[in-house]
Design a protein around this ligand. Sequence first.
Ligand code: AMP
Length: 412
Amino acid sequence: MHDILADEYIFYQSVFEKAEKVASYYGFQPIQTTILEKTELFTAGVGAATDIVEKQMYSFRTKGGDHLSLRPEMTASIMRAYLEHGMHTLPQPVMLWQKGPCFRHENPQKGRTREFQQFDMEIIGEPKPIAEVIIIQVLKSIFEELGLSIIVHINSIGDKECRPAYRKELIGYYRRKINNLCPDCKRRLKENPLRLLDCKEEKCLELKAGAPQMANYLCSSCKQHFREVLEALDSADIFYVLDNHLVRGLDYYSRTVFEIFENEGSGDALAGGGRYDYLAKTLSKKDFPAMGVAIGVDRLVQLMRDKKILPKQKKQPKVFLIQLGNAAKYKSLEIIEMFRKAHLPLNQSISKDSLRGQLNLASKLDMAYALILGQQEVLKDLIILRDMRSGNQETINLRDLVEVIKKKIAYD
Ligand code: AMP
């Protein structure tokens, strides 16, 4: 877990602002679900035999005896909220975005932390491929706005009609190789065989290359669905590669699964998602087909920093407010407020006392003007305006201050 300081925060802010803006254009509405959830939401929703639930959740028992977890991902929470608040009675689909932290007890390494920020989008109540296409189009636009081009790794993992036959074939294949599997995969073979394709151990990766591919087992409706998704990506000029062994680490996915990578890079996935037509039924006994994605914002910020893509800076202050004495300190708050209401950025250091210290700071920050407020000026509602380059000073009336500054700055 790590703290985000000011110079890094502007990157996060820029990603979130861009993502919110693009998502809103496409009709996504904000939602903010709780960070703590009942543990059973994730054991049922994400799947008891997934790495996330088995190994990575921060779970605890409260004094009242409840079993709670810090959310390891957002989809299950958003579906819970959709069901709990009767959003199925609204016009469908319901399109939602959410931002904030998720928590997984993973081995910390580059691009992988235990607290990480996601920007998540979900389309609930839409069975057709248009949901996939909207989500991927929105992602493309967000990344483009940030100066990055993407490539989509995509696969279909079928549905409850066709996946059992594939599962059987996969189990058969790996049983024949059982002696070469890592201990985790030996267990996965019994509990969750699709997860074998997710293993990052070298020897398991070698075996994966020869494993059966879901594409050869898709039923006709899954095939048709996947074909439509790919055709729509083609016509939207979105680059993709078919990744026949992509399954992703959560149980709720059906049909389309995908991950987003930077087009030129070879780094970690920047986002991942897919269709989850059965999640609602797991939680509520009702069927609501859905599709979603989560962007890994920390990875995106790191990539922007590596590529020196700087977020657009907000208007930088050109004026520094200096106060001398207690009365001036309090009067400063009024002046800061005057500037805030006029949308003029202002720098100051309320805790500093000496004129020299404050002037030094103003020139270190390369300010064009300093405003000097002493005891005398406070009494007479005046203020001294100092041009930091020439050193010239003039005394002006406080009520004219904002207008004078606006003119001066417009001149610069
Ligand atoms: P997931 O929720 O596993 O589908 O992940 C979606 C995206 O979140 C991934 O593509 C990553 O960019 C990001 N992500 C997932 N886990 C972590 C983590 N532990 N640290 C940083 N980013 C993560």
